[in-house]
Design a protein around this ligand. Structure first.
Ligand SMILES: NC(=O)c1ccc[n+]([C@@H]2O[C@H](COP(=O)([O-])OP(=O)(O)OC[C@H]3O[C@@H](n4cnc5c(N)ncnc54)[C@H](OP(=O)(O)O)[C@@H]3O)[C@@H](O)[C@H]2O)c1
Length: 300
């Protein structure tokens, strides 16, 4: 109560202030009209008494009618004009003014919303719908796989062979890139491979993966997540290869020259779609139990 008066700055904006002023003005107009009415009543009584009781201007008549009747009639006319002004003219002007203000406020709000929208779009750009197309256009989606002559690629969620030169090639080609894989292939690794961005595809909603591993729910999202990579690799397994073969631009196949018993297979390569561009054969040796070839295919 006795505290220091705060130096407050009114927080209402110009438009609100104008509305307030108009409301105050309107109250004043009505008060003035009421005062006019009261003065008119008193004045009229005074004029009547002045003429009849005090005899002021007793002989002044126009067309046989006393002057005070004319005076009161003129005054009444002015009063009616005043009433008209307050309740008709000002009211009409006021509602017009209110509408104008309302439109002004609405247009200001619209402008503000547009500004905010632009700002939000700038700060949080939405991934473009075309992104998948952009990925396939600007980057070379590459499938990398080692498959037997019968297209066998795995058994009991494991590889069937150990070929160290094939692993070296896999490491060299995928180094520094995004590697996209099905959940089962990911779980066949003892731990994530170094220097590669892992993208794991699963239908599970809350699949837990080590930090740094990207988890997605479909192949499209996996490709979208790797859109900054000029050459994302699809590294298996069987289910993912099947879904990705149509989307891929390049195949890096290690063809192991033997038939294997397996539970997972690579799809048949349609040579009317895929063209072999390079092939390097490796003979078996003390480190490699099978003959194998590195073959690169691109889409015809
Ligand atoms: N030879 C090679 O070069 C090579 C390379 C890689 C793997 N492999 C072998 O391949 C075998 C594993 O292949 P796999 O076919 O069994 O499994 P996978 O393709 O690695 O993974 C299958 C899993 O991926 C998820 N998935 C598949 N399609 C999906 C989709 N459209 N949307 C969302 N999630 C999807 C599902 O995970 P959820 O069940 O969690 O939903 C599914 O169970 C292993 O034996 C492995 O060693 C071989």
């Amino acid at each position: 109560m006795f505290g220091k008066k705060k130096n407050t700055i009114p927080e209402i904006d110009k438009e609100q202030l104008e509305l307030l002023k108009t409301a105050q003005e309107r109250m004043k107009q009505k008060k003035r009209l009421y005062a006019h009415f009261v003065i008119f009543l008193i004045g009229s009584v005074f004029l009547i008494l002045a003429n009849t009781a005090l005899g002021i201007g007793k002989d002044v008549t126009f067309f046989n009618i006393d002057w005070f009747v004319y005076a009161i009639a003129i005054w009444l006319f002015l009063l009616i004009y005043h009433v008209f002004n307050v309740f008709i003219t000002s009211k009409l002007l006021s509602s017009k003014w209110e509408e104008k203000q309302l439109n002004l406020m609405v247009s200001k709000q619209k402008q503000r919303i547009a500004e905010l929208k632009t700002q939000v779009e700038k700060d949080f750009p939405l991934p473009e719908k075309k992104s998948l197309k952009a990925t396939s256009k600007n980057s070379e989606i590459t499938i990398i796989v080692a498959a037997g002559e019968n297209n066998a690629i795995g058994k009991d969620n494991q590889l069937i062979w150990h070929l160290s030169d094939d692993l070296k090639r896999f490491k060299n080609l995928t180094n520094g890139h995004h590697i996209i894989m099905g959940r089962k292939t990911f779980e066949s690794f003892p731990k994530p491979l170094p220097n590669r961005t892992h993208i794991v595809i699963t239908r599970q909603e809350n699949y837990q993966a080590p930090s740094g591993v990207i988890v997605v729910n479909n192949l499209e999202d996996a490709l979208d997540a790797s859109r900054t990579d000029k050459q994302p690799f699809i590294i298996g397994g069987g289910e993912i290869y099947k879904q990705a073969l149509n989307l891929a631009d390049k195949l890096e196949i290690t063809r192991v020259h033997a038939n294997f018993e397996a539970d997972t297979f690579f799809p048949e390569i349609d040579t009317s779609i895929w063209k072999e561009v390079t092939k390097t054969r490796h003979q078996k040796d003390d480190k490699h139990v099978y003959d194998f070839s590195f073959i690169t295919y691109i889409k015809n």
